[in-house]
Design a protein around this ligand. Structure first.
Ligand code: DGL
Length: 263
């Protein structure tokens, strides 16, 4: 039996949870959404790292075998500090996104969309260029995307306007790969796809992150074999809204959400 601990500033991490269920249908999931304190993308590193530790400490009490910081912003702010502080592996989502983009790009021009914090950190850019200095990386912060998803707005005119506005920055840059460098953004992927060239490969880092988690678990001899996997959801925000929006993002019904405020 395997239990994952996942967290995000809010609903974005559910795009990683659904990938866990796709790749490891027999795994249990303990998910914490810090919706009450979202968004993280404009906060300072120390504050985000402190939130990440509070949440990892909470998840550590849930008997988890592996944790995924299902948030790029929190990964950039805390992963290097916290990865060795727990008795279970702690994975981030940035390096898998970097590896996914390097595997996808042919013309060595990569776009990254993420929060202000993540774009300012240039984490994807430096990760990519450390492996291949010839790759050009273009970043664009899209803070409205998180606000829209947190409000449950996943399509419609406001989403169109925000997506077309931010993605205009990539016109003429010739990118052939786009990293969704914030876990909220895959929720808007249908709209995003319409505003990039059809031959652009869109990289959702969740896919590689979960594949890497699966390998780590296999190496440890842990098998995700629960025929009736248990999914527990906790939020610092509104449990009713979590149930509603979360169900849409996951594609399966969330029946119960517990309100847990940390700090
Ligand atoms: N989902 C988050 C990320 O991957 C953060 C969004 C936010 O809270 O600003 O970066």
């Amino acid at each position: 039996m395997v239990t994952f601990g996942l967290f995000d500033s809010g609903f974005g991490g559910l795009t990683v949870a659904r990938e866990v269920r796709r790749q490891l249908p027999g795994a249990n999931i303990e998910f914490y959404g810090d919706n009450g304190r979202a968004p993280y993308g404009h906060l300072q590193k120390e504050i985000i790292a402190n939130y990440a530790r509070q949440i990892l400490n909470f998840l550590a009490g849930k008997n988890i075998d592996i944790a995924i910081i299902a948030c790029n912003t929190a990964t950039v702010a805390s992963w290097e500090e916290v990865m060795d502080e727990y008795p279970f592996p702690v994975l981030g989502v940035v390096n898998p996104g970097v590896r996914g983009a390097l595997a996808a790009t042919r013309n060595k021009k990569v776009g990254v969309i993420a929060t202000e914090f993540t774009i300012k950190s240039e984490a994807h850019k430096s990760g990519i260029q450390a492996m291949d200095p010839e790759v050009e990386v273009f970043g664009q912060a899209c803070p409205k995307f998180t606000l829209l998803v947190e409000a449950g707005k996943t399509s419609g005119p406001e989403v169109e306007e925000a997506v077309s506005g931010y993605l205009a920055t990539f016109k003429g840059k010739g990118i052939d790969t786009l990293i969704l460098g914030c876990t909220h953004y895959p929720v808007l992927v249908d709209t995003i796809r319409r505003y990039v060239d059809p031959d652009v490969t869109i990289v959702d880092p969740a896919v590689k992150t979960v594949a890497e988690a699966k390998e780590i678990l296999e190496q440890k001899g842990l098998v995700a074999d629960n025929s009736f996997p248990v999914y527990n959801f906790y939020t610092s925000g509104d449990p009713e809204l979590f149930m509603k929006v979360g169900t849409t993002i996951l594609g399966w019904p969330i029946e119960e959400v517990e309100k847990v405020v940390l700090g």
